[in-house]
Design a protein around this ligand. Sequence first.
Ligand SMILES: [Zn+2]
Length: 267
Amino acid sequence: MSGCIWNEPGSLAEKFWREGKGDFPIYDMHGHMGAHYAIYFKRCEAPEMVAHVKRIGVKRLVFSHHEALWGSVRNAQVYEICKQYPNTLRMYAGIIPQRQDQMKEDIANFDRWAPYAVGLKLLPGYHSADVMDKRYEYALAFANERKLPVLVHTWGRDMAMLEAIQKYPDVRFFIGHCCYGAWDHAIRCIKESSGNAYLELTAIPGDRGIIEKLVAGVGSEKILFGTDMPWFDEYQAVGGVLAAKISDDDKLNILSRNPERILGKDF
Ligand SMILES: [Zn+2]
């Protein structure tokens, strides 16, 4: 094990290896909740999820409920779940482009869900749309006016993502999964933004060398940590970031500091 990243005295990785936890708050900026028909989840409801993320030092888990994205539960019900775990849970209001009336009603309610609702979640591919689809305009205009975070699911080279970043300069776009696989395009989205876009790492920490490439491409200040929990586990994802060949300062930016810079220290 000599030369192993977990053996470097005083490093974040070494402390984590010894204690199973760091001494800094972790912000998981991409979670979900609820069962799914096609996969077994060990922990997918609030009590088990909150207990699990607290074990590893997650201060906030920002999630969108599966059922709010599929349309079988309303965002108002997700707010009620968050209220039971005020120290841990924050939500993205799920936006379904086919449900314009619900979307408008939810946006009208958004302020009432403070401090739990911190932004919006768009899942364009699953909703047969792209992020520039007209049916998202109402929600994105609202987010632009309020300078809100909008987490967008991306996978592959997503030109609409780049267009939206440029069309709505005050939205804080979180590029979910970093346009998975199209790494150079993801880097381009940040470089051609006006500073309003961030790469979100869900699904990346298992891929060797990609975190290093993204940090080199855009800088660690532009990268956010996320897991898709309950799809992926916190321990695998945190371990992937801590084991990357980047500096401890970069790791702290990704896991801990960047969300505080965007949303404030105690959002
Ligand atoms: Zn997701």
